[in-house]
Write a protein that binds this ligand. Structure first.
Ligand SMILES: Nc1ncnc2c1ncn2[C@@H]1O[C@H](COP(=O)(O)OP(=O)(O)O)[C@@H](O)[C@H]1O
Ligand code: SF4
Ligand SMILES: [Mg+2]
Length: 338
């Protein structure tokens, strides 16, 4: 049995909006938005768990709850993120490498300040530890005397990772850390995260809006839709045989080298519904090609659908029998579908 690094249980986060004076002045209706809606999720020790879903599905909110920078409206995070030691245990890397480092401080000053603030190493060893940290993320010691503006996006993201590692966390939450980077640079940052996980035994929650990014990095994938986790599975199994139509749609939307999609039944139309007004029954039903009357009436919970696999689809079994496009997304020509 693998150990648990962090366990989220029944986590919900709602925001009351339209209550400010400005909103009242412009007669906006006060309303409650449910950003995260009853999520149970385990991050296991030493794994890379990917959290994937469209923009607005609640990924960043869940990440903030996990690192303790916002508290859930209901539900629990264990072990609890209170106190200085607990705050150090879980560290976050953000999407935007340009705003995540203080432009007025050298890299060395940023790292040294953290090491001193948290008493990570004896004062005499601070400089050496700064060098160790930048080496760990694949940079030379001379970067310590430079300012953030002197680095490319990819280098800044390495530095943001070094900063997160300064306080010796055992959990790293990376919120779309490669989304703002050039495609050619993305792979190098993904490789770095994979290497750090192996070398340091980190547990990683890796957030992405695109499944392709996590295919070779994650051990498991949790798919989020409108505040809910709708499928969890080991990565290879998820790609080979998704058990939720939304996962299937995300897989089918991965750009292929060959022209034309093999099956556009699952193509996602338009934007997801508003989190102010979540559809009744299965929240995916307005976009789901398999929706039935039962789907419009029943809100399906996340249930086990196989060893280590969970799905919140009433017709998960039916989906298992549908043919998939090339499971490896190889650039060879695809077989025509019958
Ligand atoms: N501080 C906030 N106040 C009000 N609404 C918020 C706040 N933070 C996030 N939301 C809303 O919660 C939903 C989920 O947002 P987020 O967690 O950022 O999703 P994602 O990271 O998947 O794009 C969105 O509809 C977003 O507008
Ligand atoms: S429960 Fe029904 S509407 Fe929801 S994802 Fe499954 S088939 Fe689609
Ligand atoms: Mg986000």
């Amino acid at each position: 049995m693998s150990e648990t690094a962090v366990q989220l249980t029944g986590v919900t986060k709602t925001y009351a909006t339209g209550t400010s004076w400005l909103a009242r002045l412009t007669r906006r209706r006060a309303a409650t938005l449910t950003a995260v809606d009853g999520v149970d999720l385990e991050l296991r020790r030493g794994e890379v768990l990917a959290l994937v879903g469209e923009s607005g599905s609640g990924k960043s909110t869940l990440a903030k709850i996990l690192v303790g920078s916002t508290s859930p409206t209901t539900g629990t995070v264990e072990p609890t993120g209170r106190g200085k030691a607990a705050a150090r245990r879980v560290q976050m890397v953000f999407q935007d490498p340009y705003s995540s480092l203080n432009p007025r401080l050298t890299v060395g000053a940023v790292l040294a300040e953290l090491l001193r603030l948290h008493d990570v190493v004896p004062r005499a060893e601070v400089r050496a530890d700064c060098e160790r940290l930048v080496n760990l993320v694949g940079l030379e010691a001379d970067v310590l005397d430079a300012y953030p503006s002197q680095f490319s996006g990819g280098q800044r993201q390495r530095l943001a990772i070094a900063r997160a590692l300064a306080v010796r966390p055992d959990v790293l939450v990376a919120d779309e850390p490669v989304s703002a980077l050039d495609v050619s640079v993305q792979a190098t940052v993904l490789d770095l995260i994979a290497r750090l996980r192996a070398e340091l035994g980190l547990s990683v929650l890796f957030i992405a809006h695109n499944l392709a990014v996590v295919q070779h990095l994650a051990d498991r994938v949790a798919v989020m839709y409108l505040g809910r986790v709708v499928e969890v599975a080991p990565t290879a199994e998820l790609f080979a045989s998704p058990r939720h139509p939304y996962t299937r749609a995300l897989i089918d939307s991965i750009p292929r080298m060959t022209a034309g999609s093999v099956n556009d039944d699952f193509e996602l139309d338009g934007e997801p519904p508003s989190p102010y007004d979540v559809p009744a029954g299965c929240r995916f039903h307005p976009r789901c090609p398999l929706a039935t009357d039962e789907c419009r009436a029943t809100d399906p919970p996340l249930l086990e659908v196989g060893p280590a696999r969970e799905s919140a689809c009433l017709h998960a079994d039916q989906l298992a029998t549908l043919p998939l496009p090339e499971p490896e997304h190889a650039p060879e020509p695809l077989e025509p579908q019958r």
